[in-house]
Design a protein around this ligand. Sequence first.
Ligand SMILES: C[S@@+](CC[C@H](N)C(=O)[O-])C[C@H]1O[C@@H](n2cnc3c(N)ncnc32)[C@H](O)[C@@H]1O
Length: 238
Amino acid sequence: MSIDSDDEDITGLSDIFVVSDAVEDYKYTFADDLTLTIKGQELQNQNIQPTTGLLPWPAASILGHYIAFNRKQFVDKTVLELGTGVGVCGLAVSKFARTTVMSDGEQSTFEQLELNIDNNKHLYMTRPTVVHLGWGNNSTLDTIKQSYGGNHFDIIIGSDLVYFDASIEPLFYTVNQLLSGEPGSSFYLSFLDRKNHLPTVERVSTHYKFNMTSVPISTFTKDTTVSTMAKMFIFTRQ
Ligand SMILES: C[S@@+](CC[C@H](N)C(=O)[O-])C[C@H]1O[C@@H](n2cnc3c(N)ncnc32)[C@H](O)[C@@H]1O
């Protein structure tokens, strides 16, 4: 997903974060014992943003804390991450899951993502797989269904995927297509509610017949750097 001055109003992101081509280390510790180092583009105060997937976003640490604190929910599960970017949450969950599939619609993120997977081998027994998946894109959805079988995933995760109202419908379309129908199957989503996206999230998730449960951030992390706009939700099928 590229952002330039022409589509700035559509995405609404260039006024939130700006990056450069320089790469830096982002170090995370979740629940005291889950550590990872992610390389991603540097945040800068310049009005350029080649792609949003090339650096870790703030809501990634929220979902990372949630995963580490509630690790039993992920043990031995087949997990798909949507909009993985440079891979913070997929890597965190790979420590506990049986299978981890990390996806993004923007293939320019994949080179850095694969390097980050290489650099965090201490986390996983089975290396996460990287796949191309555009939300609502039936051809990439069909490829995943053929590779992994129907709506196969026990758990879908995503961080900072909600910042543009129009992408919320294809996001939930995709979750509905790929999340298992088995009891307990869940979509875990963290985001910063920067522009009052909650009403759209509620409407669209209800349309796809998901129950939406808010998880107070203070129940799983004492991280004081977490934004007051931070939200954490679990969606389960009605
Ligand atoms: C704000 S970034 C968040 C990245 C990562 N989850 C994190 O928290 O660090 C949004 C990610 O979603 C991906 N994305 C946005 N729209 C998408 C779409 N329609 N289909 C697939 N991926 C998409 C972008 O390429 C990017 O990697």
